[in-house]
Write a protein that binds this ligand. Structure first.
Ligand SMILES: [Zn+2]
Length: 338
């Protein structure tokens, strides 16, 4: 495994981003939050939870790592609700997440962005891909794809059925982007060198779903670009999504952020902490112990008595002592509730 310290020396076999053609996805300051000057360092990080339930320890880890690294770099830190794919109850979960972030002492620099309010931007990006003939309509149903090979994340590897046109009588449902034959290479600051041959490992992937919703991969790429995000620090459960996002950045002429994927907190059964695995919601009344536990999970070695300190004291310690290089180079790490 590559040591992240040397990661920047890795070759990158994709050409440098093309200058943005008139594709409607260049940076759009008008849509960005106002009132906050760009940080002098230019660094911009973000935390983008999906409002599927209350904030739990696993999301606290991702929020804390992305926030501390952004502050360490003198940068901005943003929060975005990835609520594209969530039903109406998302509003309740989002409110609960924001309440927890506040209780835990997180401060973000610009007004919150909601993916559910940005469909127009995603439609512009899809149109740009259509103009370049990089996407095509797909009529395949889940059942038709059931026999396809499976990618490591369990999704089917798309065999390219509709790439050269829909058969007669077949109705377009989703839109897929052509992935080409190149290997996507990137150097993750924590997980090391990553190589993905999208054609073999993923296949042409969906950018707009049959139900009309834009895919997470496309939305995330547009949101990060519009907000000027330079560094994506998030859970390693999203490591497998990153090559797809890099490919979309390339297709759309967008700058590529740097990536750092922190270990995902798993329970004794090896399951990611989530609403589905009944992860306990964070206790907003006692933020310090959970913050200290997250710091320990992230390899920061906080002193034992810090858990009894006040929340501002924990933050002061974290800001003074945070080193991303100490984060364990693991995709998953066991966490036991303390
Ligand atoms: Zn198809």
């Amino acid at each position: 495994m590559n040591n992240g310290a040397h990661a920047n020396a890795l070759p990158d076999d994709l050409p440098v981003s093309r200058s943005a053609v008139d594709n409607g996805v260049t940076d759009s300051p008008a849509e960005r939050g106002s009132g906050s000057a760009r940080a002098p360092s230019g660094y911009c990080g973000r935390f983008a939870p999906s409002p599927t339930g209350p904030l739990h320890f696993g999301s606290l880890v991702a929020a804390l790592a992305s926030c501390l690294e952004a502050r360490r770099q003198g940068g901005r830190w943003l929060v975005r609700m990835d609520d594209l794919d969530t039903p109406r109850c998302a509003a309740v979960a989002a409110t609960s997440i924001l309440h927890s972030l506040d209780a835990f002492g997180f401060e973000y620099d610009e007004p919150l962005v909601w993916q559910s309010q940005r469909s127009e931007r995603y439609a512009q990006a899809l149109a740009a891909l259509q103009m370049q003939a990089l996407v095509y309509p797909c009529a395949c149903t889940r059942r038709e794809l059931a026999d396809s090979l499976l990618a490591p994340d369990g999704a089917s590897i798309y065999p390219g059925t509709c790439r050269n046109g829909l058969g007669t009588g077949r109705r377009a449902g989703s839109w897929r982007v052509c992935v080409g034959e190149q290997v996507i290479v990137f150097a993750d600051r924590i997980q090391g060198a990553q190589h993905t041959h999208l054609a073999d490992e993923v296949g042409d992937f969906v950018v707009r779903r049959a139900d009309g919703l834009f895919a997470y991969q496309l939305a995330t790429v547009i949101d990060d670009a519009d907000a000027g995000v330079t560094d994506v620090v998030r859970g390693a459960d999203l490591l497998a999504s990153t090559p797809r996002q890099i490919w979309l950045q390339h297709c759309l002429g967008l700058a590529r952020p740097a990536y750092a994927h922190v270990p995902v907190a798993v329970n004794g059964a090896g399951e990611k902490l989530s609403k589905q695995t009944l992860a306990r919601a964070l206790d907003n009344a006692h933020p310090a112990p959970a913050l200290v536990s997250a710091l320990r999970f992230l390899g920061q070695n906080p002193p034992a008595d810090l858990a009894r300190a006040s929340q501002p004291e924990v933050w002061a310690w974290a800001h003074a002592n945070w080193h991303e290089a100490r984060v364990p180079r693991l995709a998953a790490k066991l966490w036991k509730e303390e």
